[in-house]
Write a protein that binds this ligand. Structure first.
Ligand code: DGL
Length: 264
């Protein structure tokens, strides 16, 4: 019986990463955990985010996963640097893959980063970009209203465009040519972000790069499945019906079996 890839997020947004994993790794079993009882993480303290993250990882380890992909940018920027070395299973976050792609993509060495308040306050993106290329200037901006807009299905409305104009003003003024979409939900707002920033701005979708990194690790360790009918399992800490109702928007198709579990 092949082992699954474990994925977790604070809620439903991490399904954007699952979507990419399915696209790039079509033969892998995936176990997804959404901590829907305690979402959002983006406004919580470091101590709380670290504690929740450890509980999520322990749950996935009980499912005997072979690798853990942290789909949540908030967890990746705040908890991963503290906890990843304490586990033997490989743990992939979404920060480094996005940073590498953005540093490669930018021509004028000005990168914009958007994410939750916790993510932008952590300055994790700045640190990683600076380590890669100290000449790159980073302009970051928290966009907290984007998450509820996406969960309400407001992806193109006038109100979203108005809010995006305010949020993205400093990035526009700084002339960034590349923006890292540093939150699970933001890939769904690409059209609005493009409308504000112009079509030439390169939008880096962390989900794509993270899935590529997972694939590389599995190939490197010789544990990539190539001939297996994959199974997807979904667990949440609350509101399975709410979760499956929103899943289609993030995943591209609807899901049926969502199991509620206790993480504490
Ligand atoms: N999943 C979170 C992230 O990518 C967004 C939602 C939250 O604040 O928990 O940062």
């Amino acid at each position: 019986m092949p082992k699954a890839i474990g994925v977790f997020d604070s809620g439903v947004g991490g399904l954007t990463v699952v979507r990419e994993l399915i696209r790039q790794l079509p033969n892998e079993d995936i176990v997804y955990l959404g901590d829907t009882a305690r979402v959002p993480y983006g406004i919580k303290s470091k101590e709380t985010i670290v504690r929740f993250s450890i509980e999520n990882i322990l749950f996935l380890l009980k499912q005997e996963v072979k690798l853990i992909c942290v789909a949540c940018n908030t967890v990746s920027s705040i908890a991963l640097p503290v906890i990843s070395s304490h586990f033997r299973v490989p743990i992939v976050g979404v920060i480094s893959p996005g940073v590498r792609e953005a540093a490669y993509a930018t021509k004028n060495k000005r990168i914009g980063v958007i994410g939750t308040k916790a993510t932008t306050n952590s300055r994790a993106y700045e640190r990683e970009i600076e380590a890669l290329d100290p000449q790159i200037k980073v302009i970051s901006r928290a966009c907290p209203l984007f998450v509820p807009f996406v969960e309400e299905g407001w992806l193109n409305q006038r109100a979203v465009l108005d809010v995006a104009r305010v949020y993205l003003k400093p990035l526009k003024r700084a002339g960034v040519d590349t923006i890292i979409l540093g939150c699970t939900h933001y890939p769904l707002l690409k059209a609005v972000i493009r409308k504000v920033m112009g079509n030439k701005t390169i939008l880096i979708d962390s989900a794509k790069q993270a899935a590529t990194e997972v694939k590389q690790i599995l190939i490197h360790q010789g544990i990539l499945e190539s001939n297996h009918k994959p199974a997807l399992s979904f667990y949440v800490s609350d509101g399975p019906a709410w979760f499956s109702g929103l899943a289609k928007r993030f995943l591209g198709h609807s899901i049926k079996n969502v199991t509620r579990v206790s993480l504490t």
